[in-house]
Design a binder for this molecule. Structure first.
Ligand code: NOJ
Length: 775
């Protein structure tokens, strides 16, 4: 298993500041994490931090916990809002959204040279799907089911961000989301904790590398802790109320996976759970995160999250909000100023124990130490590196590969795709998103620039054969417009063409924070546009751009081909062209269920069976009068230009004991004419438990490349960790009895076999929350 962050802490050393700090504070070299075997390096780090702490006033301590806002900018380095004098007075420990090598360097100089204790600043930024080179949105990357590649994307983002002075990103967002009305579903990995955990771990590793003090890595933040994806009615910031069992079985595993691989920080969520807002949730932050999981990093509030305790109605005033948040375990106050303004006095009054303040400050100082900032506070702000990394071909190549893998082919009637480049003499490109650069970049584009994005139109223009005419019509002025006066021109273009690419969906601005939608249909009159264009009878390929599942049942039945492209980032058009012309055979699979209609939400594959599972001919069963109970597209679904067939899963044994590993083998054959990559999926069902269990749970997946006619045997291993859940008494256990193991190419297309878990005394075996088998 991975080393935890505790054990990973390596060589932060202080030299530069050693000259500035009193001798007793001279930061040492070669630290290791406290909490690991306390080696000399860990001790040196603790000594350094303690020594520094002992010199700090209460105001300086509160300053370390204060994160000041920057001015958001997508066009150049952002200037800080907070005054330089505040830095000199030691009132700012970190900045949010201040980036760019020069500006961070200049501010750092003020902190290091002009503040009393010379403590360096932290610069944080939301590097969500790329910094300068913008990658597909996280939900798209999740569609690749390729954590290794998603980790590389995070690595590229870290290298670029670090050169721009950023040392701390607020990613990965690891919220499980089963409600596509919630706009933030775009930021995560979809509905499943197993896939989500794999991606969480890979992204943390990608951002942080193996040495946080390396100037090419940044500290990662797992957010939003917790259950933010479960807001009622999909309305952002809304209430959450759920059982601790569901919380632990479904919503917490990706956080735990990220903690297990050493994530440096965690951000609480805006929502409450069962009456307790996360920013005041001692049980969540201190009992579970710190005490159960051993997390010893920084907990950073979300934007004004501490202040919002007043709106939640659990703090009567700001001082009480500060007290509650600090006590819960929130170390850093993002932009509320509440810690800065109230903590010193609260400590003087004895309302906040000095030890709580000191512990929080210690964690912030340790993070600065781990990042190597006491050794060289300017290591991240490199104008030369920043310039050298200005959209490099190497980074764009990673973005293109990621984009190639992120698309999901939903329908391909009569092999409409791939288009034959040689016989498409006229191509019509239609739709309000076909040439939309900001939307191509996606919902959270860091320091990316829209002008760098290759749109679908631009990509196709480059990719067509010489001499091919590309006609372009928007059809509607924008996605929300109800103006259909452009339909006629769009239809005329389609009629002239040998093939049509229709690009419809949402703009990037319609997804992300505060972008909940009550219906998730194609907005505006885009569906009517699609109907008019498809009525021409031409081979129409509908390319969806969107950050959430949409209800596209009509297109699913009538568009000859339907490709989910999400928002693919800077390489959008090149990647779409790769797939449309068959340079790349699509391999993505949905990380989230597509409902037929909004009223089916929440709909997800790992549901419970109920006492009355749906049966079409039985009235009193769990279903709807007006629509089928099944989804439009299930979790794990995605087509290829080739076809795959599966054998039945074979087991190494029909019975296993609690310490055994079960091996599952399945033969997968490419039965088509092209090479292709299949995401082979393994699901598990515990048939009888002390509490009800989902009908299926993902417990393994592998991307397998197969030549035409080739068969490969794919093997998976299952152990008691894979069988475990929170049982009747809320202990994590594996219970003896029968399980069904299923393998296939989607959650709704599997072959199954049963096996049995036996235990010596016939009782459940404890499977404590450890890092093993969690990611
Ligand atoms: C609010 C968002 O909820 C969070 O995800 C983000 O990191 C902060 N703003 C900072 O931008």
């Amino acid at each position: 298993m991975e080393l935890s962050r505790t054990m990973k802490r390596t060589g932060a050393a202080a030299l530069l500041l050693g000259a500035l700090l009193p001798a007793a504070c001279a930061p040492p070299t070669g630290a290791a994490r406290p909490g690991a075997a306390p080696g000399p390096a860990a001790t040196r780090e603790e000594q350094f931090v303690d020594s520094l702490l002992s010199q700090m006033t209460l105001e300086e301590k509160a300053g370390q916990l204060n994160m000041s806002p920057g001015r958001w900018s997508n066009t150049g380095p952002a200037a800080p809002v907070g005054g330089e004098d505040q830095i000199r007075r030691g009132e700012i420990g970190s900045f949010l959204g201040v980036w760019g090598a020069q500006v961070t360097h200049d501010l750092q100089r003020i902190a290091v040279e002009q503040s009393r204790l010379h403590i360096p600043l932290l610069f944080s930024f939301d590097v969500i799907h790329g910094y300068r080179t913008i990658f597909p949105v996280p939900l798209a990357e999740a569609s690749s089911w390729d954590p290794e590649l998603a980790g590389r994307a995070a690595r590229v983002a870290a290298v670029e961000a670090a050169a721009g002075g950023v040392q701390w990103t607020f990613a990965p967002m690891v919220d499980i989301a089963r409600d596509p009305r919630w706009g933030r579903i775009v930021e995560g990995s979809g509905e499943d904790p197993f896939l989500g955990s794999a991606l969480a771990a890979a992204r943390v590793r990608g951002f942080q590398g193996t040495d946080l003090a390396d100037s090419l890595t940044v500290a990662a933040t797992l957010k939003h802790f917790a259950a933010y994806g479960a807001v009622e009615a999909g309305r952002d910031y809304n209430t959450v109320d759920m059982s601790e069992r569901r919380l632990r079985d479904v919503y917490l595993p990706p956080f735990h996976a990220g903690v297990c691989v050493g994530a440096e920080s965690v951000m609480p969520s805006f929502n409450e759970i069962s009456g307790v807002p996360s920013h005041a949730n001692h049980h969540l932050i201190t009992d579970i995160l710190r005490n159960e999981w051993g997390f010893d990093g920084v907990v950073v509030s979300d934007y004004t999250g501490i202040m919002e305790l007043l709106h939640h109605g659990i703090a009567a005033d700001s001082a009480e909000a500060a007290r509650l948040a600090l006590h819960a375990g929130v170390d850093v106050d993002m932009v509320s100023r509440i810690y800065l303004d109230f903590l010193p006095e609260l400590v003087r009054q004895g309302r906040v124990p000095q030890s709580e303040l000191d512990d929080a400050v210690r964690r912030v100082l340790r993070m600065k130490y781990d990042l190597g900032l006491f050794q060289d506070p300017y290591r991240y702000s490199s104008v030369a590196r920043e310039q050298a990394l200005e959209l490099t071909p190497e980074h764009r190549a990673v973005a293109r590969r990621m984009a190639d893998e992120s698309m999901v082919l939903l329908r391909n009637q009569g092999a409409t795709l791939p288009l034959d480049r040689g016989s498409v003499h006229t191509l019509a490109v239609i739709g309000p998103l076909a040439d939309d650069q900001p939307s191509s970049l996606g919902s959270w584009a860091g320091a990316g620039r829209p002008e760098d994005a290759v749109t679908v139109l631009a990509g196709l223009r480059k990719a067509v054969a010489p001499g091919t005419t590309v006609l372009y019509e928007k059809g509607v002025p924008d996605v929300l417009s109800t103006d259909s006066s452009g339909f006629a021109a769009a239809v005329a273009a389609a009629q002239k063409a040998d093939a049509v690419v229709l690009v419809v969906g949402e703009t990037a601005a319609m997804t992300g924070e505060a972008t909940s939608r009550a219906t998730i249909d194609l907005p505006g009159v885009q569906l009517q546009l699609a109907k008019a264009v498809i009525a021409t009878g031409k081979p129409v390929v509908t390319v969806l751009m969107n950050g959430r599942p949409l209800t596209v049942d009509w297109l699913a039945e009538h568009s000859p081909a339907l490709l989910e492209s999400w928002f693919l980032g800077v390489e959008t058009g090149n990647a779409v062209a790769d797939v449309l012309f068959g340079q790349v055979n699509p391999s993505g699979k949905l990380p989230v269920t597509f409902p037929r209609v909004t009223g089916q939400i929440p709909i997800y594959y790992a549901h419970k069976n109920t006492g009355r599972p749906p049966q079409a001919d039985q009235h009193y069963t769990s279903k709807y009068l007006d629509v089928p109970w099944t989804p439009l597209y299930p979790f794990g679904y995605g087509l290829s230009y080739t076809t795959f067939s599966y054998g039945a899963p074979r087991l190494s044994s029909a019975t296993i004991g609690p310490d055994d590993t079960l091996r599952v083998a399945v033969d997968v054959t490419n039965t088509g004419q092209r090479a292709g990559t299949e995401v082979v999926q393994l699901y598990l069902r515990d048939l009888v438990g002390s509490v009800t269990r989902p009908v299926e749970q993902l417990r393994g997946f592998q991307r397998v490349e197969l030549q035409p006619g080739q068969t490969k045997t794919v093997t998976f291993s299952l152990d008691r960790n894979d069988l475990a859940f929170y049982g009747l008494d809320m202990k994590r256990v594996a219970e003896p009895g029968w399980f069904t193991v299923s393998t296939g190419g989607s959650s709704a297309d599997v072959k199954s076999v049963n096996f049995q878990l036996t235990t010596p005394d016939g009782q459940a075996v404890a499977v404590p929350e450890g890092c093993e088998g969690r990611s």
